[in-house]
Ligand binder design. Sequence first.
Ligand code: SF4
Length: 355
Amino acid sequence: MAERTLVQETASSQATVGRLPITHRGSFIKQFEGAHRSPSIVCFRFWELAVAAGCPYKCSYCFLQATPSYVFGRYPLQGALFENWKDMLQEVESWLAHPVPRLLLIGELQDGLAFDGAYKRFAGRSLTEMLVPLFRRQKQHRLVFLTKSTCMQHLRRMEPTDNVVLSWSVNAETAGRRWERGAPLPSRRLDAAKEMKGLGWPVRLRLDPMIPFDSWRDEYGTVVDSVNEIGPEMLTIGALRASPTLQAHARRNGRDSSVFDLLDKKDPSGFKYRLPFGTQVEMFKFVVDRLDQRRIVAALCKEDKSVWDAVNLEFNGCHCLLGTRDEVVRERWSGRSPHRHESPRNRKGGNGNGG
Ligand code: SF4
């Protein structure tokens, strides 16, 4: 792995990527597997694109820490670019040739925009300069950049397109300061979302993971008020969750692992350790009740269907899908998927989210 000095991500305040490694990747697009492995997790097999490895931010709860590629050193946790980025673009072009509408997510396997400037220095084009034109020139598919970054200098120079959605992962300010070290504060992410919505870009927001710290009602209430003011097309909510080894990996990486002491037992599908069920439902109801659902679609992220039931929320699309016209949704609703499960409220079929 050759090392080159590439990036100073000054626009994202605290985060500085100095020496960023370059590595190779075999394939770049895959489908989310969680729904496959845990049938009562209400989440579709959405499409995800890996544009870089790792992430310059240091969230305590980041699942990458427990992912084998990072545990065993194949990729550096703090981030690497892909030398064969041209292969990535070819793979995206092939994916775009598919005749049925689908959505491609960047941001599940690394931050979606944190590497934008790094690619500009390395490849002469930022990620957004590479990918936005590919989606702009077709009419079927959509791309989502999911991010905590506020690096938007390249996007600001582009014409918005309805085929590319900008999505910020936000949280309460206290949670951001304590458990999302290195990332711009949530208030700055909300400012970024407001600005880009004002410039004409489609915007989604994801409030995830909610964490029940002492003043969570006051702070999450403030976040939801900001969300209502911004008016994204969708807000997805999720709560703190972890695989069995994540706390140990966070400790090993020097991150504040005390947050995992809040977790209780695994969800009914055995997917992840969760907050106590009552706490989780109370937090989700708090947000859903305060959200302006006349304008903003609410959805849960990677939740067990028992939670959808308890929150009394219906599936009307979710973060990592186009909505009901998405091919992945149509497959499950038609019963062709071997892992079909029904929506808790809307018995037409499955629901869920990821990203
Ligand atoms: S921003 Fe996302 S990918 Fe980056 S450390 Fe935080 S959780 Fe992990």
